[in-house]
Design a protein. Sequence first.
Length: 249
Amino acid sequence: MTALLLALGSGAVTGLALGALGGGGSVLAVPALIYLLGFSPAAATTASLVVVTVTSATALVAHAREGAVRWRAGAVFAAAGVVPAAVGGAVSRQLPAALLTGAFAVLAAVAALRMLRPAAVRSTAPVPARASRVAGAGAGLGAVTGVLGVGGGFLAVPSLVNVVGLRMRAAIGTSLLVITINSLTALAARAGAAADIDWSAVGPFAGAAILGAWDGKHLASRLSATTLQRLFAYALLTVAAFMLTDALT
């Protein structure tokens, strides 16, 4: 019963972050799966991709209904990351658990600090997008998704704002398209690892995340993007510090 409650609670928070911010769910899902539900780092990153894929797809529908998804820009951005995501997914299975945990913690900390910078969370005017920069950002995000099992929304949103030139509302919605494609690709590369997943925990986790994503969408309409980003960034810094300490001890 305790494991079920932990799965439901963690899933709800994961979905809330994805629905409200267009990303960040996997950065919370991976440590929750490791430290609350007892998954190994490798199994947690694979399970996270399952949760994030279905939750992002669900949240994408809600944002698309409001016209907040730029399909062409998102497809181009995601396409650049398909191959790196597949390669990263295969490579991750060969990496030591401590390395995965440490790398994840560092990435989470960098993402949190980036979110706390005003320039990273909002844009007052569109900027011209260069094809090479868009491809580079998309490929980098795909690689991160494949190796660390994260959807990459916490990196995709700033990139879609500052590289592609989308405004914040459109960047959040479009990032869900990118996350869904990247996560599904990375998950396909890890198909053989599915047998190591405890589906009795992942199922409730994913279900609660889907419901949380809808609540997150409503929350995003009530609070400013800057407020949401800052709250999430502080939570992310706490998680990163805990995971990095664990990896080094």
